[in-house]
Ligand binder design. Sequence first.
Ligand code: GTP
Ligand code: MG
Length: 136
Amino acid sequence: SQRTLVLLKPDAVRRGLIGEIIGRFEKKAGWTIRALELRELDRPLLEQHYAEHVGRPFYEPLVEFMSSGPSVALVVEGERVIEGVRALAGPTDPIAATPGSIRGDFGTIVRENLIHASDSEESAERELKIFFPDFS
Ligand code: GTP
Ligand code: MG
């Protein structure tokens, strides 16, 4: 099975959606939460995490937003969980996301799109090391 790195972004935490979102992962048969932490993400960590977006017009506001309050970082494990959490989240732009998805149900703003989830096995491996270096 796979592991993926999930972040409930500062908007999700501020709006009291932690339980709502985590509940959706818990209800998926065969998926398990393996690590969970409420944490302020500092700039050096975010620069590593979003290295692929450095220089894009949305990069600075994204880092500002992501450091505007605590996030929840989780490791979720299970069958095809990388693809599966991305499907539960919906597309990056919440307006394009179908109702029933996390972004589709709760979001309107591209930047404040509630959740991050690793987009491939390579990203998951890289991001898990950044956020949970001591997790085997
Ligand atoms: P993450 O799971 O957070 O990585 O989202 P994603 O994989 O759906 O999107 P991507 O990695 O392409 O972009 C990272 C984050 O930057 C997104 O989740 C948005 O919050 C933000 N972002 C991406 N594209 C845009 C954009 O065109 N405009 C703005 N304002 N923000 C963007
Ligand atoms: Mg991404």
